[in-house]
Design a protein around this ligand. Structure first.
Ligand code: SUD
Ligand code: ADP
Length: 289
């Protein structure tokens, strides 16, 4: 079969949820040590990549609110160029599906998809360990999307242990509130000294997201949406918010709840997956070349 290396690639960049999130300490560099479970979702942005022979990295489609040089897809491409010294460039695009700044990791996932996609397209063939270390320089949430599995996470989110989680259906609501990750990490109200959990499984008690109580106080829309969703199932906030979520056993149940979400909020239903749809797409591309 003909090589696909000179065609435009369309790759998924899936969302994540933090099923619980504890902060266990603050490091000398100001970053926080966490314990969390990353649950991947089969619900994704679409990243497009087209190889260029001239070394130019050009964003051809993306968020109007994010300057091309600030876009994590451009940053990821430049980081891989710098690391490998490749002569190739790329036309990059992202079609956003995932709410921005919602704690579901859209920008981080776009970066991971760009890294892994270009690693193949530019024929760099870097091993996972090296891609993970580049990912870490782009953001604390990027490594889990490079690893491409739902996982228990420690450190700043880069120390990952794959987990087989029940593949439930989630209703995710974005209550139209935008919260700065950096600002929230610096809140005086945050609990930063949770006991380190030894068992790398979903804790049966003390399994909250420590950001949630802080956000509930400051953002009434988040408080209201959590109260609303709690009528149907246990509802939590993911990451630094503002998205909230609840799980259901079937797609039918999840869709029935989503259809009742007040129109002032954005909502979607997504299946939990243990393996990223990105890795599957990349495997197919590799087989074609
Ligand atoms: C909170 C989490 C949980 O999954 O997710 P989001 O809600 O952002 O999706 C992540 O830790 C966010 O990861 P990410 O959004 O990649 O953060 P980064 O760009 O690396 O860092 C943004 C800022 O957050 C703070 N930060 C981030 C991670 C961490 N473990 N400790 C921190 O103190 C730092 O102030 C940093 O400057
Ligand atoms: N490709 C991208 N998609 C979304 N946000 C991006 C992207 N590139 C850079 N950003 C910046 O990253 C910030 C956080 O975005 P996002 O990853 O969606 O949220 P979160 O970290 O809360 O999950 C945005 O406000 C935006 O300024």
């Amino acid at each position: 079969m003909a090589s696909t290396l000179d065609t435009t690639w369309h790759l998924p960049a899936p969302a994540k949820l933090n099923l619980f999130l504890h902060i266990t300490g603050v490091r000398d560099d100001g970053y926080h040590n966490l314990q969390t479970i990353f649950q991947l979702l089969d619900y994704s942005d679409e990243v497009t990549l087209k190889r260029r022979p001239d070394g130019v990295v050009n964003r051809v489609e993306g968020l109007a609110s994010v300057e091309p040089e600030d876009d994590l897809i451009v940053k990821a491409a430049r980081a891989l160029q710098a690391y490998t010294g490749t002569q190739y460039g790329a036309d990059l695009g992202v079609r956003k599906v995932l709410p921005i700044g919602g704690g579901i990791g859209g920008g981080s996932s776009d970066a991971a998809t760009t890294l892994l996609g270009l690693n193949q397209l530019w024929e760099c063939n870097l091993p996972e360990q090296e891609l993970l270390s580049i990912a870490r320089t782009l953001g604390a949430d990027v490594p889990v999307f490079v690893k491409g599995v739902s996982a228990w996470a420690e450190g700043i989110g880069e120390d990952l242990t794959p987990l087989a989680l029940p593949e439930k259906w989630y209703v995710v609501i974005h209550p139209n509130v935008f919260i700065s990750t950096t600002k929230l990490f610096s809140s005086k109200l945050l609990t930063r000294n949770r006991t380190v959990l030894r068992m790398r499984i979903f804790p049966t008690a003390d399994n909250e997201n420590v950001f949630e109580s802080v956000v509930r106080k400051e953002y009434p829309e988040v408080e209201d949406s959590l109260k609303w969703l709690s009528k149907f199932s246990t509802a939590r906030m993911t990451g630094t918010g503002s998205c909230i979520f609840a799980s259901f056993e079937s797609k039918q149940q999840a869709v029935a709840v989503m259809q009742q979400v007040p129109r002032k909020w954005v909502a979607f239903v997504a299946k939990a997956v243990n393996n990223s749809p990105l890795l599957e797409a990349l495997k197919l591309n590799a087989e074609r070349n």
